[in-house]
Design a protein around this ligand. Structure first.
Ligand code: FE2
Length: 241
């Protein structure tokens, strides 16, 4: 059986609020491998004002971490992308080819502010789709508009966006409202893939608990799609819309 593919994690050393140093990176990657992920995409933050990382900064940090990891046994396959905060600046970078879509260039991970969806977001997602970059929305269950009405994501799904579950939400890592929203989005079959969004090795206990809940809730076949086949189609550009 093929392992899981993690499309969202923060294991690159000293570039955002994830791994602080090489031992942190090794501990996190080893824990994710132990949880069943045999491919782990680094998605360090690109968020102006908070994590002022350019594409070049992230590539440099990734290369440095990979170089330092060389020869470490028991690691998953490693890839690089970014978690793009969807403001005007980062949107323009995505349009201009100055961001970090997933390897293969078919899709990009985006995150929203917690309180409200960005203005004209459906138009902007359509602009990305015209550029052949499919938006993958990070942790929709954490956004307040989704808590009161899960159907607010429907215009985004209509554009071709994919929803990426943070499995730890199912285990209650972020509290009751995100857990309920995750339940609702699962019930509606709105998720296309599931990830860890792990920042440190100790996060992986709740990731493992969330994976177990996911298998119990939707069954092995659907859970394996969210954790393995779905992410693979995002990477190889074979998502069916
Ligand atoms: Fe993240």
């Amino acid at each position: 059986m093929r392992g899981f593919v993690d499309l969202h994690s923060h294991w690159v050393s000293a570039i955002d609020d994830g791994a602080r140093n090489l031992p942190d990176s090794i501990a996190l990657l080893t824990a994710l491998r132990g949880a069943g992920f045999d491919t782990v995409v680094a998605t360090p933050h690109m968020r102006p004002g908070l994590f002022d990382n350019t594409e070049a900064d992230l590539r440099r940090a990734y290369e440095a971490t990979c170089k330092a990891l060389a020869g470490t046994p028991g690691l998953p396959e490693l890839l690089l992308s970014s978690e793009h905060f969807f403001d005007d600046i980062v949107f323009q970078r995505l349009i201009d080819g100055k961001a970090l879509p997933y390897p293969g260039g078919h899709a990009a991970l985006v995150e929203f502010p917690t309180r409200a969806f960005p203005a004209r977001v459906a138009n902007r997602f359509s602009d990305l789709m015209r550029k052949k970059i499919r938006p993958v929305l990070a942790h929709p269950e954490r956004y307040e508009p989704v808590w009161s009405d899960a159907s607010v994501v429907e215009p985004l799904l209509d554009c071709g966006a994919l929803l990426l579950l943070d499995v730890a939400a199912l285990a209650g890592k972020y509290g009751r409202a995100p857990r309920r929203a995750a339940d609702e989005l699962l019930e509606r079959n709105y998720y296309y893939a599931a990830c860890s969004d792990a920042h440190k090795a100790s996060d992986v206990a709740e990731v493992t608990a969330g994976i177990k809940i996911l298998f119990d809730r939707i069954g092995k076949e659907e859970a394996m799609f969210l954790l393995s086949e779905g992410p693979r189609t995002i990477l190889d550009g074979t998502v069916e819309s």
